[in-house]
Write a protein that binds this ligand. Sequence first.
Ligand code: ADP
Ligand code: 5GP
Length: 228
Amino acid sequence: MSNILKEKERGSLIVISGPSGCGKGTIIKEYLRTNRDHSWLSVSCTSRPIRPGDEEGVNYYFVTKEEFEKLIKKGEFLEYTEYNGNYYGTPKEHIESRLASGIDVLLEIEVQGALKVKELVPEAICIFVMPPSMRELRDRLVGRGTEDIDKILGRFKTAYKEINEVTKYNYVITNDTVDEAVLKMQSIIISEKCRVDRIEEVYLGNEEEEIHELLRDDKYFVNRDIEI
Ligand code: ADP
Ligand code: 5GP
């Protein structure tokens, strides 16, 4: 138990991007399995059609294009974008309250949205997930079996543009194996908690004299295996 440091208790805003099919969802799911008590994955709104395996309110809030546009007008989004012909947006609601109560907020969003968040919240931790190769990305996209060939082609073309933006992020994780990628994600987040700019106060106590006296006193070393 340490009481020497008083650190900011605010949670971190963590942005995860990467081309469709690189494995973001898989890594985040695995990360949350052991970090759910202090992390929350924001659920975005989208106008894209629901696909096999998607659950309303879990993967997304599915709305029509018209409903999405109404939400934009009402200023409900932290950021939003159009991707492959559909809207995607991060609802503002709940993000600030969770960060303030020490919960890390994870946003799984594409590159334009990530750059917007970085502009609005410069301390956000932006992580780019990279596929091991473009061939492996193709295999994962096809293997997932959730889109038809036209949609896969669209996503694959977008992937090239997205990868060109990697240097605008703070970190990059190559998703070779899920275990290694999750370990890297965990390590990044733990390292960020150790940044000195999270320190609010260093408290050394007021026993300096007493501790010095004790150290000067030979009796302190009696029965101790220390050579003086
Ligand atoms: P994204 O969320 O980035 O679109 P997914 O998490 O849906 O990607 O992963 C796409 C496909 O690749 C899924 O079928 C998933 O099981 C698979 N996958 C993810 N990570 C790996 C990995 N490290 N090795 C092999 N397959 C993976
Ligand atoms: P998918 O259709 O595969 O679920 O998502 C397509 C892309 O949209 C992915 O890159 C995903 O990260 C991104 N995305 C999901 N939600 C949001 C969001 O709220 N904002 C932005 N900018 N992108 C999002």
